[in-house]
Ligand binder design. Sequence first.
Ligand code: CAA
Length: 257
Amino acid sequence: MTYETILTEIRGTVAIVTLNRPQALNALNSTVMVELTAALAAFDSNDAVAAAVLTGSEKAFAAGADIKEMQSLEFVDAYLGDFVAGWDAVATFRKPLIAAVSGFALGGGCELAMMCDFIIAADTAKFGQPEITLGVIPGMGGSQRLTRAVGKAKAMDMVLTGRMMDATEAERMGLVSRVVAPGQLMDETLAAAGKIAGFPRAAVLMAKEAVNRSFEATLAEGLRFERRLFQSLFATADQKEGMAAFVEKRKPAFSNR
Ligand code: CAA
C-alpha cells in the first residue's frame, strides 16, 4: 500500500510508520490522520506484525495539527465533523506502539506521541503544547495525557505558556522513557520493539491493557482487572513454556498460544 503522507515498512515482526510531510514539518492534516489510522488498522489485523514504531524526521516528529487546514474552520464544522476525533484510533491500537521522537513534537505532534505506549527521544527532541499562542487549546488529548504524564504544575506551565520542554526535562518529568543520541534513535527504538515482539503476544497485549486501565479505573478496580488478566495467562501454552524454560535453564520457544 502506498500513501501520500506516510511511509510504511515491516522489518521482521516490527512495523514502522514514518510521518512524511517534510515541507510542513509533518504537520498533521486530515490526510495524515486517514492514512496513519488506516495503516495502523492494517497492522493491528496483520498476524505478521507484533509491534509498531511511529516516527517522523530528524527535524520534526510533527509540528502539530495543520494550522493552514484549521485556519478557516468554523465551530459548527468542527463540532458536527467531530474534528480531530479520528486520532483516537491511534490510542486504541492494540499492539505495542513506540514513538521515536526527534526534533519538534508540538501541539498535535506531542499529543500523537503521547497516544503511543512510550516515547524514546533523541536529545534534540522538543515537546510542547503551543496551541494557546494560536488562540486555541490542545485538542488531541494534551490537557489530559500531558497532565497524567508530568503532573499538574508542569502541564499547566506548558499549556498556559506554550513553552517547549527539551528532552532532558521530558525524561526527568516522565514524559519520555529514554533519551538517546540522534544517530541511535531508530536502533534503540527498533531494539525495544523487537524485544517486545519476541515475547508471547497475549501477555504483551494484556500488559498494555493492564497499564492503560490504570488511567481509567480506581486502584481497586485496576488491581482486580490486572489480577484477572494475570490469572488468565495461566491458560496459555506460553506461560507453561516460559516458566519451564526458566526452571530448565534454557531459552523459551514461545508459540503465541
Ligand atoms: N501547520 C501547518 N504548517 C506548519 C506547521 C503546522 N503546525 N508547522 C510548521 N509548518 C510549516 C510552516 O508553515 C513552513 O511552511 P512554509 O515553508 O510553506 O512557510 C514549514 O512548515 C517550515 O516551518 P517554519 O519555517 O516555521 O520552520 P522553523 O524551523 O522556523 O520553525 C517551528 C519550526 C517552531 C516548529 C514552527 O514551524 C512552528 O511554530 N510551528 C507551529 C507549531 C504549533 O503551533 N503547533 C500547534 C498546532 S495547533 C494543534 O496542534 C492543535 C491540536 O492540539 C489538535
